[in-house]
Design a binder for this molecule. Structure first.
Ligand code: ZN
Length: 650
């Protein structure tokens, strides 16, 4: 620590030369570098600190605590330092949905202090149920669902001991939730298991999902899975708008609509045996559904449940459900399922690693208020990671076999037929079978949601449309290539826009522009803030485009970003500079193209014009240092313009 104090005193001594008007501003990277050296810890960066400036840096340092020092320095940027060990900290963006293991323990301890009896927990549960519904806005959205929805059912495909049938169920007018119904081959009343999906690759079409649906159906449960909003066939209708709070409410509403449909339309469902099961984001939704709908009688969230992580996608935590009843978490929401049978599957390598010590004992405690601790089942796989692998599917089979009295002798994944994705489509491979009333853009449904969501989604949809139009303008006659270009552009536009919106010019301290010696204008500060965006935003786009397109096509896209400023400016120069030589033209073009490639990373047209302005200065310097006089040429041009105007008037 002696070394720490010595180094820090240097910083403080330097800072004495600064006045408070300068806010003791220092580059964030440099400050963290000093802190790292002083305290003898290594910092690993998951964020880009380029261009970021921290005010009052020396005053934020606490010589006796690295944790407090980092907290003080990083807080203004919404960054956090996550301790990996005594010598290593990871610097990350603040995540609203994720806290530390210790935070989870503290929240559980706090919640446990709130109730110690069935009566007390009953009250708490009622409050949770009411407020979760309100925060999710589910009653408002479901109130807008079509009363007599269009239902499209495919032919039934018969397999060994079970069958599969696709369903497209209309929810909001013209909006469909698509899924597959897996049903036992046996006659009689069956259990029903609603299976919300997580974000595993290939969604509900993937092999392990088909295995699980097939096995549970063989064992005697009708299983229904369905696409996430903006995934699978839903993408045909709403594009890639999954990452939105609309997904949060709509996915839960979709599950309930499917449950309603199944109970109303089929005679083979036993309403006393209604289960819900999903992994990861599907596990988050599993817990949410138990809070929203009392008809569920058994639940199995897999690799999701945690007191310190709410689920990182807006479809899990985009709406403020966790602020219900003064603050809750997935563990408490799951406990509120008491005394009904609950299985929690966890593993050692994700946020569920704390389940055996923290979440499960707490849930059992709550269940014990109802004399039902025996209804809480847990399977922990300490050496496994975040997936829905065989060791996670097995406890799910065992659990439902037990609580729903399914036929365990049919528990054999090798008997399940893995279907090609196309088999599970209701609307055909390219959406050719979409019904006439189907919505085709997320903009058509945003009117059903609150204004802020509407704004965000319309904005996203706007960028998607731009990307689509620009990619289409290349006329590649190659759907795959066009889609790739579209995706590269959409990703870049969204990254730049999001960065721009979350880094307003006010994040850059006022000061002097070293280029002009004048006070920085707001647009200058805006440019500095935007220029600090991660470099890979740019390289991902450019390298991606250049891998697919010719240089000429890449230039066409860049011209779209910059509304043809290169050609327009060059045309102006040709009008101003008498008998411009080929060499001069080439140099101007080179500089303007450089401007264009820089300008694409800036959001506003004002910024883009400023970037071109810097390069126009360079062009004019070039003329002045190569035998021309820009001022003279320009005033001659201006006079010519004026006299032409006069002539035209006459
Ligand atoms: Zn999601």
């Amino acid at each position: 620590m002696a070394m720490a104090v010595a180094c820090l005193s240097v910083t403080t001594a330097n800072a004495q030369h600064l006045s408070t008007e300068n806010k003791f501003a220092q580059p964030l990277g440099k400050v963290l570098d000093e802190v790292s050296k002083s305290f003898g810890v290594r910092l690993k960066f998951n964020v880009d600190t380029t261009g970021l400036v921290v005010n009052y840096a020396p005053q934020r340092i606490r010589q006796y605590s690295i944790d407090e020092t980092l907290l003080n320095i990083l807080a203004p940027f919404d960054f956090v330092a996550v301790k990996q060990n005594d010598k290593l900290y990871k610097i990350k963006s603040y995540e609203y949905s994720r806290r530390t293991d210790e935070d989870g323990e503290r929240l559980i301890a706090y919640l446990q202090g709130k109730y110690s009896s069935k009566e007390e927990f009953d009250k708490r549960r009622e409050q949770l149920r009411v407020e979760v519904r309100q925060h999710l806005g589910i009653d408002s959205v479901m109130g807008k669902f079509v009363q007599k929805p269009n239902v499209i059912l495919s032919k039934v495909r018969k397999y060994d001991g079970y069958s599969a049938q696709n369903i497209a169920l209309e929810t909001l007018p013209g909006l469909y939730v698509c899924g597959t119904i897996y049903a036992p081959a046996t006659k009689g009343k069956h259990a029903l298991i609603i299976c919300p999906n997580g974000h595993f690759g290939n969604g509900r079409y993937r092999k392990d999902q088909q295995q699980r649906m097939g096995v549970l159906a063989r064992m005697g449960a009708v299983c229904v899975d369905f696409d996430l909003f903006g995934w699978g066939e839903s993408e045909l209708q709403v594009g890639k708008s999954h990452q939105s709070s609309i997904a949060h409410v709509l996915q839960n509403a979709n599950a309930i609509a499917l449950l309603n449909y199944m109970l109303a339309s089929r005679k083979d469902i036993d309403a006393k045996r209604i289960g819900v099961n999903g992994g990861s984001g599907g596990g988050t939704q599993t817990v949410m559904l138990t809070v929203l709908d009392d008809r569920f009688t058994a639940a199995a969230p897999v690799v999701s449940l945690s007191a310190h992580f709410d689920g990182g996608c807006p479809c899990e935590s985009g709406l403020p459900v966790m602020t219900s009843a003064g603050g809750t978490c997935n563990a408490e929401l799951a406990a509120a399922f008491a005394p009904k049978p609950l299985l929690v599957v966890s593993d050692g390598k994700d946020w569920t690693s704390t389940v055996p010590e923290t979440e499960l004992p707490y849930i059992k405690k709550v269940y014990s208020f109802y004399d039902a601790a025996g209804n809480v089942y847990g399977t922990h796989l300490p050496t496994e990671g975040h997936d829905f692998g065989p060791n996670k599917r097995q406890p799910v089979y065992d659990f439902f076999a037990k609580v729903f009295s399914l036929d365990a002798s049919k528990m054999d994944e090798s008997k399940v037929t893995i279907e090609p994705f196309e088999n599970m489509y209701s609307f055909g491979k390219n959406g050719e079978k979409l019904p006439a009333n189907a919505v085709r853009s997320v903009a058509e449904i945003t009117k059903y949601f609150d204004k802020q969501l509407y704004f965000d989604l319309r904005w996203m949809a706007g960028l998607d449309k731009k990307a689509k139009d620009w990619a289409a303008s290349l006329q590649l006659n190659d759907a795959e290539k066009t889609a790739k270009v579209e995706k590269l552009i959409a990703t870049h536009l969204k990254r730049v826009t999001e960065w721009h919106n979350s880094h307003p010019y006010t994040t850059v301290p006022a000061g002097i522009n070293p280029r002009t010696g004048e006070t920085l204008r707001n647009v200058d500060r805006e440019i500095i803030a935007d220029a600090a965006q991660p470099k890979h935003y740019h390289t991902d786009l450019m390298e991606g485009l250049r891998a697919i397109l010719t240089e000429e096509q890449v230039e066409q896209i860049l011209d779209k970003y910059t509304v043809g400023k290169v050609a327009f400016t060059l045309k102006g120069y040709k009008a101003i500079v008498p008998e411009m030589t080929a060499v001069e033209e080439a140099e101007c073009l080179r500089l303007l193209k450089e401007a264009r490639e820089r300008a694409i990373d800036f959001k506003s047209m004002k910024e883009i014009s400023e970037i071109f302005g810097m390069y126009k200065d360079k062009c004019e310097d070039y003329f002045n240092t190569h035998g021309r006089n820009w001022k003279q040429m320009y005033s001659a041009y201006y006079k010519k313009l004026q006299s032409e105007k006069k002539k035209a008037k006459k």
